[in-house]
Design a protein around this ligand. Structure first.
Ligand code: HEM
Length: 453
């Protein structure tokens, strides 16, 4: 009897102790490694370097399951960082240590901290993709330094200059009007699916349907755990990436063998030369064209889908939007096509666009990797650690936006507090498609509000 009681005692005491030890093992390990590395060193202020507060979670898994739980299961993504704030120092601390997607990680979530990371040079924070082949090895989102500047210049020229935006506005509008007509004919639509087709200039065919599926799987793979074996999202995404590369490679070959002039991003990439007159290789052209489509296509479609959702929920906003756009339409006459230069006059529509993008949080976080030990705010971000800039936590923070989860375009009567609106990132990787995304959304809202209930 005594022996049984002792065994139970051991068991009941040992199990919680083992669990506790298991829970703290990874954190203790990383702290020990950091301590040993810095035991004789002094930081910038003569203080011994220290890790940002936080916890590394379970061995190997880290806190990935917890992040996914908040983002995907309970659908309260802000509670992930909210829990950290409550546990480790409230509003004052702008970053936390954790372990996500297989890497030790610092999550940044304050305007000043995020800005510091965005604006530090690529020798301080580089690019980190768990599976670089998925985004393309020579794509803008993967390259750094002069290669990045070179490719970025082409993309900015093709989609961000006022002259390009004027051309794009004129080119895409007939397609938007036709798409809205077809929505009306269908009666009920799945906005997230239909919005994707709205700005694709390729003639619809069985190939474009397949490409749409391949792009969707590719994006799913980029967001999935980087496990690559048959049946995983990452494996599927790799296959889709190869198929997309083949399609664009064939398009590239066709263009090389014709005299026809194209005025689009792909031809921009094909014609680009560096100072030595060297052109981009075919692989570089294909990698970048796929990246631009991935970055622009899903994000804009998602913003359009959210705009239709909020307008359906907020009839008063729709009424004001309609009033402004009806007036614009009357001024424009029969075709009612707006131009890029009309946009500054569409004050209420612009507020609806900004509020939609703020609430949609389409890119909730961006990724970097620390290329050296980086000191900031009294803490050290260790070399080699992944850095996640969680921009969405700013856009849903009641300290920066009153009643942040309410769709209220009128909040944009005042500009956002400095540094609290980072939907398009910042620094030298700020989204080059930000004006295009706003333009596309404005065009769609104009035609939706003047033509349909
Ligand atoms: C509402 C729509 C959009 C949102 C919220 C958005 C958001 C972002 C963010 C946050 C970044 C920065 C990533 C980082 O710092 O690593 C980014 C980069 C990028 N975006 Fe967008 N984007 C949108 C639309 C577009 C469109 C329409 C295009 C092009 C057609 C585009 C092309 C790109 C490209 C090429 C990059 C990489 C820039 C670089 O690494 O230099 N985006 N986007």
């Amino acid at each position: 009897m005594v022996a049984v009681a002792v065994s139970w005692g051991w068991f009941l005491g040992a199990v919680p102790l083992l669990c506790l030890a298991f829970w703290h093992a990874a954190d203790a390990w990383y702290r020990a490694v950091f301590f040993l590395k810095h035991r004789s060193g002094k930081g910038a202020n003569g203080i011994r370097p220290r890790l940002p507060p936080g916890h590394m979670g379970l061995p190997f898994l880290g806190e990935t399951m917890s992040l996914l739980w908040y983002f995907k299961h309970v659908r309260r993504p802000d509670d992930f960082i909210g829990a950290k704030r409550r546990a480790y120092g409230g509003e004052k601390v702008g970053m936390y240590r954790t372990h996500l997607f297989g890497s030790p990680t610092i999550v940044a979530c304050m305007p000043a901290t995020n800005k510091f990371i965005f604006q530090a040079g690529s020798d301080t924070f580089g690019i980190h993709w768990p599976v670089p082949e998925l985004v393309g090895l020579s794509s803008i989102v993967n390259v750094e330094g002069s290669n990045h500047t070179r490719v970025r210049g082409v993309i900015l020229g093709a989609i961000n200059r006022p002259s390009s935006l004027r051309t794009i506005a004129a080119t895409v509008q007939p397609g938007v009007v036709a798409a809205l007509n077809s929505w009306a004919d269908m009666g009920t639509i799945v906005a997230s699916n239909e919005a994707k087709k709205m700005f694709i200039s390729m003639e619809p065919s069985s190939l474009t349907v397949k490409m749409d599926q391949w792009f969707t799987s590719l994006v799913a793979g980029l967001r999935a755990f980087p496990l690559d074996f048959p049946g995983t999202a990452c494996h599927d995404a790799r296959k889709c990436r190869r198929k997309l590369n083949t399609v664009f490679q064939a398009e590239l070959e066709d263009r090389k063998n014709t005299n026809k002039k194209y005025d689009d991003v792909m031809s921009g990439f094909m014609e680009l030369e560096d100072e030595q007159g060297k052109k981009l290789s075919d692989d570089e052209v294909v990698d970048n064209i796929v990246s631009v489509v991935v970055a622009g296509y899903e994000s804009t479609a998602s913003a359009i889908m959210w705009a239709t959702y909020h307008l359906a929920k907020c009839p008063d906003v729709l009424a004001k939007l309609r009033e402004e756009n009806m007036m614009m339409s009357k001024r424009k006459g029969r075709s009612s096509f707006i131009t890029h230069d009309d946009i500054p006059k569409m004050k209420y529509t612009t507020k609806v666009v900004e509020e939609t993008i703020r609430m949609a949080n389409i890119a909730p976080m961006t990724h970097r990797v620390a290329k050296r030990d980086v000191e900031y705010g009294g803490y050290t971000i260790p070399k080699g650690w992944q850095v996640l800039v969680l921009v969405r936590s700013l856009h849903t923070d009641p300290n920066y936006y009153e009643d942040p989860l309410t769709f209220n375009p009128d909040r944009w009567d005042e500009p956002a507090k400095p540094g609290t609106y980072q939907v398009f990132g910042g620094g030298n990787r700020i989204c080059p498609g930000n004006m295009l995304a706003r333009l596309q959304l404005t065009i769609m809202l104009h035609h939706l509000s003047i033509g349909y209930e």
